[in-house]
Design a binder for this molecule. Structure first.
Ligand code: GLU
Length: 276
């Protein structure tokens, strides 16, 4: 069976136990399936990504005993590649320019009629003349996916969208996300677009990641459908909780692999700590 999975960290901090569980789960799954394990550095946000965090990630993963294929795909080296899917969505009118600031988006969500399961943003393109004026004025914008247009483009296939995860077959509900930003003004793409595009490009058959990204699958399968990309199988694992019972965040320094190593822990201890 063709089995390709990946671990795709963003080098915006040090790896902690939660990342270790993701990386180990994915690598173990590839090993037992006789498949391939890839590492991808998701560093499109150059304002937050740091070379020293990337180096620390590679060091931590090697220390854990993981082996991955080289070369490692570093997204910042392929920024031009993400223009292709964006352009395709633009040409088909499936995305629109959104000139709203973060605050205006928050206000629009707050004043939207309630009754939706999630508080999400939906909008639409400005009238052509107004848009032209804003562009001429040099106003910045982000490209947002239009769920309304996506639904219209796919017809009944929109409602038949499903994906497989560890619970079985799940009906995709992209509306949980609203009209998401697919290309930010500052870096021309987004996590969602770049990640989905790269998974397809790299032939990833199994996306294995934490429960915190469970919701993302609902959107990612829609993007795959709109871009005619193959759909991987999804597997979500439980999150590692800190001493306060909350999920670990990059700021939890005591749970970083580096801190644990410096405190004398061994890779086998890390495995035990994450319940493997
Ligand atoms: N880069 C993402 C993160 O660090 C993970 C993306 C993914 O696994 O799809 O949270």
């Amino acid at each position: 069976m063709n089995f390709v999975t990946r671990f795709a960290p963003s080098p915006t901090g040090c790896l902690h136990l939660g990342h270790a569980l993701s990386a180990l789960t994915a690598c173990d799954a590839a090993k037992s399936a006789g498949g391939r394990f890839l590492l991808r550095i998701e560093d499109i946000d150059q304002g937050r990504s740091r070379a020293e965090f990337e180096a620390a990630i590679l060091y931590d993963l090697a220390w854990l005993g993981l082996a991955w294929e080289v070369p490692v795909r570093r997204q910042s080296e392929h920024m031009a590649a993400y223009a292709e899917p964006l352009q395709s969505l633009i040409e088909r009118g499936l995305v629109y320019r959104c000139f709203r600031t973060r605050r205006e988006v928050a206000e629009a969500i707050a004043s939207a009629p309630h009754g939706q399961a999630e508080e999400v943003f939906t909008g639409e393109a400005l009238p052509a003349e107004e848009e032209a004026q804003r562009l001429a004025a040099g106003d910045t914008y982000a490209w947002r996916l239009s769920l309304k247009k996506a639904r219209a483009a796919l017809g009944p296939a929109y409602f038949a969208l499903v994906f497989e995860d560890e619970t079985g077959l799940v009906r995709a509900e992209p509306e949980r996300h609203g009209d998401v930003v697919l290309a930010r003004k500052d870096f021309g793409t987004s996590y969602h677009l770049a990640s989905v595009w790269d998974d397809a490009l790299q032939g990833v058959t199994h996306v294995i990641r934490g429960d915190d990204l469970r919701e993302a699958a609902h959107l990612h399968v829609l993007l795959q459908k709109l871009l005619s990309l193959p759909q991987p199988v999804y597997r979500h694992h439980r999150l590692v909780l800190g001493e306060d019972g909350k999920r670990l965040a990059k700021r939890d320094q005591s749970a970083t692999l580096r801190a644990l190593r410096e405190a004398g822990k061994m890779p086998a201890d890390v495995r035990a700590m994450v319940g493997l």
